[in-house]
Structures are given as structure tokens and as C-alpha cells.
Design a protein around this ligand. Structure first.
Ligand code: ARG
Length: 462
């Protein structure tokens, strides 16, 4: 047991207590952020004359050495240390001697862990943004290729009106676009540096907190030291954003599972993204989509867990807050994994345009347009609705679609129908006439795809 404290204790910590209390098993994940934070702190201490230049250089070099050795695997992070902070400090003292003992001047593990977690979360937000953007790019590419791929649009999972594949996927683009902008917002709001807040009440050393903040790429130093050491809002915000992202991925997965089913056959998942059955030789299962759908629960769970942990904590730091890490790390890794796999599955997904179009032709997806035809010829909409309802019933009894009826049959139900009804209810007309903002008309969707492309290119430059 290597601890940073012990002076006021007369007994050794019980082993079970030590194990229960220790966080090294999981906070080692941010060893790099911990070292980066310490290096900025030391530079600031030297600038303020609290450490000598020589001490600073010694410490920086020692920390660089630790970072390199851990990265290269020659220095193992073991459970001999209580947490990652103790590990780094003990190793530093071992390497450079007395100067190492000055690293923790004007700092507490409370502001240190608050910093490490922020640096870690900020780095992960950057990665998540990259992954969401890549997914948006893939969706937009498929949209651009399918501006005129007709398919049925559904409500209640019943065929409703014809749309295009571009339009359907465009709905998911919007969801991931919002996810992307949420990540941006969170990053901006959280980008303040807690280091220098001490245990809770700042320090008496003449620290230059803005300088530390600047060295670590923060917008500014935090404004209240008690809040700084006990704020985990940004963790909650990120978990909430990831929960929403997973909900979107899960809905999309569900849709792909349905489309990939033997009954629909709208898509075929690539062999490299499917799995087989140990007993049924014919099976090709959409396991990846199912797993993405399934893993959504883990991320929701992490959000509920941290919200519950935080709700009873009085100011300022309390050890409960150590619980912010494991589930958050898991949720981040889960979400990143799902985003990457889903993107790969989507990029290789084969869309069966002919099946989708055939499906759109049947199931009366043009019934609304037949009613609109009557309205355009002076029939009040409510009456038109009733007339087309009768047409549909007539077709159902004969197993045909609206397009198959003769003009005589149409006119027997309403004399308003003329020869141009066929054109008015053709799939092409139904889709192409919908040209208001947000509608599936290919001309409108083309502009959307162009706009998306410009956005993605701009973001990639950042
Ligand atoms: N392992 C702790 C955590 O994750 C670090 C902070 C410890 N501070 C303390 N006063 N014991 O929250």
C-alpha cells in the first residue's frame, strides 16, 4: 500500500478498506491527462517563483520519463498505489528525489481529479465528434446516391406515403447532426480549468490560474473553487448526449433489422457485418445491429447512475464522486464502438432499390394523392377522403392497386376522375410534387445533400 497520507494515522488501513477505497483499477485510464495536468501546474509554479527553474525542469523531465515508460509498457501501473495521482507522484520522487516532493504544492487531489476527468472527457468529446461526423458523411453519401430511390414511408409501421431513400436517411442525418452540435455545446460549456481550486477553498500561494488554464487549452479558469471540485455536470451532460445518440443508433438499427428481415428484404447486410447460426445453416443474422440496439441500455444505465450518485452530495468534494469514472468510461467506449461499427455496417449495406420501389407501388401509398386530385377538381377534402376510401375497398376486394383500375371503374365511384388520374397518382408524381422545404422531392433533397456536404467539409477543417 503506497499512500500519500498516513502521518496522522497510528494503524495500517485494513486491506479490504484499502481495496474498496482504491481507484487505481480504473483511474489509470487517464494517466496521460494526469501527467499533462501536472506539467502545466509545475510550469505555472515556476513562473510564479514558487518553484525554481531547475526544480521545474527536473520535474518536467521526470514526468516525461514516466509518460514514456508507461506508454511503452516498461512501467506498469499496479494496485500497489491507491490511485493514479499517487502512482505518478511516488514514481516521480523515486526518479528525481526531493524535487519530486514539491509537485503537489498548491494542489489537492480534489482539483487534480476534477482536472483529469475534464481533460479526459474533453479528449473523448473530440473523438466522439469525429465519429459522428464520419457517420453523417456516410449517411449523406448514400442520400446523394438515392435521391430518386422510391420507397414507402411508414407510420405505425403501416405503409403511408411514398418517400425516397434519401429522404428517409435524411431524417437520421438530422438526428446525428443534433448529436454533433450537442457535443459541441458541451465542450464549449465545460472548457474551464478547475486546477488551483485546491481541496475546496483555493490556496494561499500566488497561483496564476489563468496561465494554467491557458497552458491546458481551456477558455478560462473556473469561477468558484467549491463548485470546481464538486462539479460533474459535464459528465452528466455527456452521458445524456450519448444516451440520445445511442437511442438514435438503436432506432436506426431496429429499422435495419426490419429491412433486412426475410419479409421485407429492403436491404442486405454485408457478410462481413453479419453472423451465422450454429445450427441453422441458412441463417445470416443482423447481430451487429442487434448489439448496438442492446448496448443502448448500458449507456442509459450510466446516466441514471451518475445522476443518482450526485443527487445527495453536499458541497464540496465527497468520495461518492469517485463513482463518476467506471460507468462513464464504459459508456464512452461503448458509444464510440457502436458509432464506428454502425458506420461500417451502413457503409457496406446493400439497398435493394427494386424491392423498395415495388413495395411503394403496393399498399395504397398514393391514396392521399388520389384524394388531393379530387380536391384539385373542386371536391371538399372530407368528401374526397370518403371517395378514395371506397376506391381502396374496391381494390382490396379484387386484390389490385389504384393504378390497376380502369377509368370506367374510377368514374363509377366518382365522375370527377379523368384520364390524368393515372399520372397524378404515379409514384414519380407523388414524390416529385412534394417540394416544400423538408419534403422528399428530389430537387429539394439535392439541395439538402449539398448543404450537408458543405457543413461536413467545414467541420472537418476544424
Ligand atoms: N480517487 C479520487 C476520485 O476519483 C481522487 C480524489 C481523492 N480525493 C480525496 N480527498 N480522497 O475522486
Amino acid at each position: 500500500m503506497a499512500q500519500l497520507w498516513g502521518g496522522r494515522f497510528t494503524k495500517e488501513t485494513d486491506q479490504l478498506v484499502y481495496n474498496f477505497n482504491a481507484s487505481i483499477g480504473f483511474d489509470q485510464k487517464f494517466y496521460e491527462q494526469d501527467i499533462r495536468g501536472s506539467q502545466a501546474h509545475v510550469k505555472m509554479l515556476a513562473k510564479q517563483g514558487i518553484l525554481t527553474e531547475q526544480e521545474k525542469d527536473q520535474i518536467l523531465e521526470g514526468l516525461d520519463g514516466i509518460l514514456k515508460d508507461v506508454k511503452e509498457g516498461t512501467l506498469a501501473i499496479t494496485s500497489e498505489y491507491e490511485d493514479i495521482h499517487s502512482f505518478v507522484e511516488a514514481n516521480l520522487i523515486e526518479r528525481i528525489g526531493d524535487a519530486g516532493k514539491k509537485l503537489h504544492t498548491g494542489r489537492s487531489r480534489n482539483d487534480q481529479v476534477a482536472l483529469d476527468m475534464k481533460l479526459y472527457v474533453r479528449d473523448e468529446i473530440d473523438e466522439l465528434q469525429g465519429l459522428v461526423l464520419k457517420l453523417m458523411e456516410t449517411i449523406n453519401r448514400i442520400m446523394g446516391e438515392n435521391l430518386e430511390t422510391y420507397m414507402p414511408g411508414f407510420t405505425h409501421l403501416q405503409k403511408a406515403q411514398p418517400v425516397t431513400l434519401a429522404h428517409h436517411l435524411g431524417a437520421y442525418y438530422e438526428m446525428f447532426f443534433r448529436d454533433y452540435s450537442r457535443l459541441k455545446d458541451i465542450r464549449e460549456r465545460m472548457n474551464t480549468c478547475p486546477l488551483g481550486s485546491g481541496a475546496l477553498a483555493g490556496t494561499t500561494y500566488p497561483l496564476d490560474r489563468e496561465y494554467t488554464a491557458q497552458l491546458l487549452g481551456f477558455r478560462e479558469a473556473t469561477r468558484n473553487s467549491m463548485d470546481s471540485v464538486s462539479d460533474r455536470d459535464y459528465v452528466i451532460e455527456l452521458l445524456s448526449a450519448m444516451a440520445t445518440m445511442m437511442m438514435h443508433l438503436s432506432r436506426f438499427s431496429e429499422e435495419i433489422i426490419i429491412w433486412n428481415s426475410n419479409e421485407y428484404q429492403f436491404v442486405e447486410i454485408d457478410d462481413s457485418y453479419s453472423t451465422g447460426s450454429s445450427i441453422m445453416p441458412q441463417k445470416k443474422n443482423p447481430d451487429i445491429a442487434e448489439l448496438v440496439r442492446g448496448k443502448t441500455g448500458r449507456v442509459y444505465g450510466a446516466l441514471m447512475s451518475i445522476l443518482t450518485t450526485m443527487k445527495g452530495i453536499p458541497l464540496a468534494y465527497n468520495k461518492d464522486m469517485q463513482e463518476d469514472k467506471e460507468l462513464t468510461f464504459d459508456a464512452i467506449d461503448t458509444t464510440k464502438g457502436c458509432l464506428a461499427l454502425f458506420e461500417g455496417m451502413l457503409a457496406t449495406l446493400q439497398f435493394k432499390n427494386d424491392v423498395m420501389e415495388k413495395s411503394a407501388r403496393h399498399g395504397f401509398t398514393n391514396a392521399t394523392d388520389a384524394a388531393d386530385y379530387l380536391v384539385n377538381h373542386g371536391v371538399p377534402f372530407r368528401d374526397a377522403h370518403g371517395i378514395v376510401g371506397r376506391l381502396v375497398l374496391y381494390c382490396l376486394e379484387r386484390g389490385i392497386s389504384l393504378d390497376d383500375m380502369t377509368l370506367q371503374e374510377y368514374q363509377a365511384i366518382s365522375p370527377v376522375f379523368e384520364e390524368d388520374i393515372y399520372d397524378a397518382i404515379s409514384l414519380k408524381t407523388c414524390v416529385e410534387k412534394r417540394v416544400t422545404k423538408g419534403a422528399p422531392g428530389p430537387a429539394v433533397m439535392k439541395e439538402v445533400v449539398e448543404e450537408n456536404k458543405r457543413f461536413i467539409e467545414e467541420e472537418k477543417k476544424k
